[in-house]
Design a protein around this ligand. Structure first.
Ligand code: BES
Ligand code: MN
Ligand code: ZN
Length: 510
């Protein structure tokens, strides 16, 4: 199924003018916990309804609270009163979620056009951008494969409504919000594809199609080329599947993106490496049947890299960015690699396989090495790497590792600005015995479950050379199992924004 069937990006626009005259199906009025904090320019007829609802305690302004009204005094077909919470607690993260809640509520009412009033504490560029981003996220379809009984209408257009001021910069903020939201939807769309459809070769085709005619260059290494590069770890994982592996390489160069840039850019080269196991059965160390279907999302790291490049192609970045996506399927078969095998990495290190389910680190090790060969100066990898990380941090924060500390802090800062919650986990020398092997340079899986996210990170570090390197473990955060008003069940698009923010802010860290 083509990616565009998973999301229809609504046309986004900024409207400057009186709320009452906005032509839309749904007009969303944010309602703050404090009655006096809701100074939205409203016709008396609407304001008096709100005052009455407040008085009767029906309207409290709690986060995501929803009330639908119809009122002749506005041009909009209907009004959605959307609770915000205390005006002092408004952040871009909250604004993004409110934008998504507004868009999803509109779709669940069968409506196609939404307008969100950016008033009261929801003003200014960062919040307007976040609202635009959020409403774009709401356009993602989790039911694209349903042929009947679809619950949500398609969002055709969205407006952010301001009453006055700074229209140019606010229009830019709306446009950027749309780019960021769509980038996350690209990642979610790829992640949502079932594993019978999205094999490594199809993922590579998707990447080519996505960037055709853009400034992002796509190169794909096939099995023969991977053998030539001696990527023994990647090939070892792939050998059990009838679906052959691919290594997808993306290049964004500002020199290609604009006519007046220098012919060859100098400066930092950010290398983004994303795990794309299109299905992880565990291999010979096979997983239990329960929830194994979820392992189609074991390619969300690679999907996040694709999403990030989608935004770079549209919004640009000041320096070069390379994406490396190792794509394999991890299957048990007569041809599969086994516990006991010794694989030789492209870097030359030998690895004793103790568990074929610890496959992500193997393909990432060769991919990190390749990103260095391609000239990366700074590395970040993104992977649904360990159940242990989800045990440690739950479904809220993604695990963050890295060295040196100040590079890890840069990545964490990009996450905070972009809207991904990344939490550092330790990787000090005292942990390093976890991967000792008696017969090879190291084992792929530690002999203990304790510290499982840490031992996985330590394995990756061995392939990052001396470069600044960070690792995001998104096993717990890439997929939502519980729906929220601002996030349907399914792929979340986590880490996409961090990577975009990091690439676009290279001036501050290089
Ligand atoms: N893809 C899994 C990790 C995972 C688990 C992602 C749950 C999302 C949800 C990874 O390849 C894996 O199987 N890791 C093992 C490592 C172990 C064998 C050392 C794990 O976490 O159990
Ligand atoms: Mn696994
Ligand atoms: Zn895996």
């Amino acid at each position: 199924m083509p990616l565009h069937e998973f999301y229809t990006t609504p046309t986004l626009r900024l409207v400057v003018g009186p709320t009452a005259s906005v032509d839309t199906d749904v007009l969303v009025l944010p309602v703050f916990a404090e009655a006096e904090a809701t100074p939205l320019d409203l016709p008396d007829a609407v304001a008096s309804v709100m005052v009455a609802m407040r008085a009767s305690q029906e309207l409290k302004g709690e986060p995501y609270e929803q009330h639908w009204l119809r009122n002749e005094a506005v041009a909009a077909g209907r009004i959605l009163l959307l609770g915000v919470g205390p005006s002092t607690a408004v952040t871009p993260d909250l604004a993004r979620r409110l934008g998504t809640a507004a868009g999803l509520a509109t779709r669940s009412r069968g409506q196609a056009r939404v307008a969100i009033v950016a008033g009261g504490a929801l003003q200014g560029e960062p919040l307007v951008r976040a609202l635009a981003e959020g409403v774009t996220l709401a356009a993602f379809h989790v039911d694209a494969y349903k042929t009947r009984d679809r619950k949500l209408a398609t969002l055709q257009s969205a407006a952010i409504v301001v009453t006055a001021g700074g229209a140019d910069s606010l229009a830019d903020a709306v446009a950027l919000g749309s780019v960021l939201g769509e980038a996350a939807n690209v990642a979610r769309a790829v992640a949502h594809e079932p594993p019978n459809v999205l094999t490594p070769a199809v993922l590579a085709d998707r990447a080519r199609a996505l960037f055709a005619g853009t400034s992002v260059q796509v190169d794909v290494l096939d099995e023969t080329q991977l053998h030539e590069k001696h990527m023994g770890m990647l090939l070892g994982v792939a050998q059990g599947s009838v679906n052959p592996p691919r290594l997808i390489v993306l290049t964004y160069d500002p020199a290609n993106a604009s006519a007046n840039a220098p012919a060859k850019s100098t400066g930092p080269v950010l290398g983004l490496v994303g795990k794309a196991v299109t299905f992880d059965t565990g291999g010979i160390s096979i997983k239990p049947a329960e929830n194994m279907d979820k392992m189609k999302y074991d390619m969300c790291g690679g999907a996040a890299v694709l999403g990030a490049f989608h935004a770079l192609a549209r919004a640009g970045a000041p320096s070069r960015v390379i994406g490396v996506i190792p794509a394999v399927e991890n299957m048990p078969s007569g041809a599969a690699f086994r516990p006991g095998d010794i694989l030789t990495a492209a870097s030359g290190l030998t690895v004793e396989i103790t568990n074929t389910d610890a496959e992500g680190r193997l393909i990432l090790g060769d991919a990190l090495w390749y990103a260095r060969q391609l000239g990366a100066t700074h590395l970040v990898d993104i992977a649904t790497l360990t159940g242990a990380c989800a045990v440690a941090l739950g479904r809220v924060a993604s695990g963050l590792f890295g060295t040196p500390d100040d590079w890890r802090d840069v990545v964490q800062g990009a996450g905070t600005r972009g809207g991904d919650f990344l939490w550092p986990l330790p990787m000090t020398d005292d942990y390093k015995d976890l991967l000792k092997s008696d017969i090879a340079d190291m084992v792929n899986a530690a002999g203990t479950r304790y510290g499982g996210a840490i031992s996985a990170a330590l394995f990756l570090k061995a392939f990052a050379g001396d470069l600044p390197w960070a690792h995001l473990d998104i096993a717990g955060t890439a997929w939502a199992d519980e729906p929220k008003p601002y996030q349907p069940k399914g792929p979340t698009g986590v880490a996409v924004r961090t990577l975009i923010e990091l690439a676009r802010s290279s001036g501050s860290w290089a």
